[in-house]
Design a protein around this ligand. Structure first.
Ligand code: GDP
Ligand code: IMO
Ligand code: MG
Length: 424
């Protein structure tokens, strides 16, 4: 393996950071390509918990270069907080680089995120309110501000002034809110950020190309998950970027020929935060048990995650739309205490069976899961090899492999670095 893309194959929080952390031991470069600090990535090393939002989790390995690519939207205050946190832990950030093409999350993006959610009323998306959607909106609308602009005092001031005039009008006249921004205050606040971040900002497309070209091991760290993709996910209950493998090329400035392997991370069940249809969602004690045993509460917002049975229709969709070459199946230890485990193998819609994830949310809401039942396997969090796993756990893994159409190469039996089993 030289270059490997790691993406979330469900609705996010599949344990991507844990997999990145394990694979980072051998990787020299880790690159983030999309999303922002809406992501919450947790790594546990010897019982100590590290939380990341923007910085690739490879930063825990001294010497590993960590790149935040052009497709990421960056809140300067957010990243500085993360950098300070790492420095307090004695972790060096000297190997961090930020793309000069990445867009800057501005204070009005965060406020607009919240205001838009209120205006949506009961149809709210349940965003993280980190300004992600409004920042990507400005990028696509071509009025956004990039890191290269932030580094140029004159250009930055001009762009902030232009934007503040428009945003203040939108806030006042469209959303009828009292909040108004002062361009000079923002410019002064962001000047400080620019000074602190300048040493990290560069043309990361060159670094990415050189890394790939030299044949060293490069990892691309996905954020969010397939069903949160703006094109392929459960629109409009999605994020505003491309968490699928296709997003990696644009978001880090490499070509598709640079990618050797695509690993999709799944959990042995499904969770989602925010709103939108979720066919296998559990509203009973089993759902509560999974939430409590799996500590399914958001890293970024602390919200309880909605929990449900593994859905192979989603699994197949992720394998197909991202060209996944393998699967990392995390958190099957969480199911240890459940006697009979269900897998959704298809949907039944008005008596018709389908194995394809529908585009229309109205159609998805009509889909009833078709379940297969499998016997549980008891405690496994101490197990180190695939051979030692109980036969019921192996059967579950093999069934998921068959239904999704890609080989399971890694199995998670706990949050720690050493609670991962490689499957031969
Ligand atoms: P990410 O956003 O995909 O990186 O995932 P999160 O970090 O938001 O959520 C995954 C959570 O599950 C974290 O708290 C991890 O420490 C934890 N985790 C990861 N893999 C496993 C596993 O195999 N078993 C258990 N019990 N926890 C895991
Ligand atoms: P990681 O990388 C899970 C969800 C939000 C909301 C929707 C839109 O930790 O897997 P946004 O703030 O992006 O506009 O919110 O997307 N969401 C995530 N859910 N994991 C994430 O990231 C998420 N990032 C965004 O909850 O439903
Ligand atoms: Mg997460």
């Amino acid at each position: 393996m030289a270059t490997k893309v790691i993406i979330g194959a469900q609705w996010g929080d599949e344990g991507k950071a844990k997999i990145i952390d394990i694979l980072s031991e051998k990787a020299e470069v880790v690159i983030r390509s999309q999303g922002g600090n809406n992501a919450g990535h947790t790594v546990t090393v010897d019982g100590k918990v590290y939380k990341f939002h923007l910085i690739p989790s490879g930063i825990l390995y001294p010497g590993t270069k960590c790149i935040i690519g052009n497709g990421v939207v960056i809140d300067p205050a957010g990243i500085l907080e993360e950098i300070d946190g790492l420095l307090r832990e004695g972790i060096s950030v000297d190997n961090l680089r930020i793309s000069e093409r990445a867009h800057v999350v501005m204070p009005y993006h965060k406020v607009l995120d919240g205001i838009k959610e209120i205006a949506r009323g009961t149809d709210d998306i349940g965003t993280t309110k980190k300004g992600i959607g409004p920042c990507y909106m400005d990028k696509v609308e071509r009025s956004g501000i990039r890191f290269c602009d932030l580094m140029n005092e004159e250009v930055f001031a001009k762009k902030v002034k232009e934007n503040v005039i428009v945003k203040n009008k939108i806030i006042k006249y469209v959303y009828e809110q009292d909040i108004q921004f002062d361009a000079d205050e923002i410019i002064a606040e962001y000047r400080e950020y620019a000074n602190k971040l300048a040493r990290f900002v560069t043309d990361t497309t060159v670094l990415a190309f050189e890394a790939v070209d030299s044949g060293i091991e490069v990892l691309f760290e996905g954020a969010q998950g397939t069903l949160l993709d703006i094109d392929l996910g459960t629109y409009p209950y999605v994020t505003s970027s491309h968490p699928v493998t296709g997003g990696v090329c644009v978001g880090s400035g490499i070509g598709p020929t640079a990618i050797d392997e695509c690993l999709g991370v799944m959990k042995g069940y499904i969770t989602r935060v925010g709103k939108g249809p979720f066919p296998t969602e559990l509203f009973d004690d089993t759902g509560d048990k999974i939430r409590n045993v799996g500590h399914e509460y958001g890293t970024t917002t602390g919200r309880p995650r909605r929990c449900g049975w593994f859905d192979a229709v989603i699994g197949e969709f992720a394998v197909r739309t991202s060209g996944l070459t393998s699967i990392a199946l995390n958190k099957i230890d969480v199911l240890s205490d459940i006697k009979t485990i269900k897998i959704c193998v298809a949907y039944s819609k008005n008596g018709e069976i389908t194995k394809h994830f529908p585009a229309s949310l109205e159609e998805l809401a009509k889909c009833e899961p078709v379940y297969e039942e499998m016997p549980g396997w008891g405690v496994i969090d101490h197990i180190k090899t695939y051979e030692q796993l109980p036969k019921n756990a192996k059967a579950y893994i093999k069934r998921i492999e068959k239904l999704c159409g890609a080989k399971v190469t890694m199995v998670g039996v706990g949050p720690n670095r050493d609670q991962n089993i490689y499957v031969n």
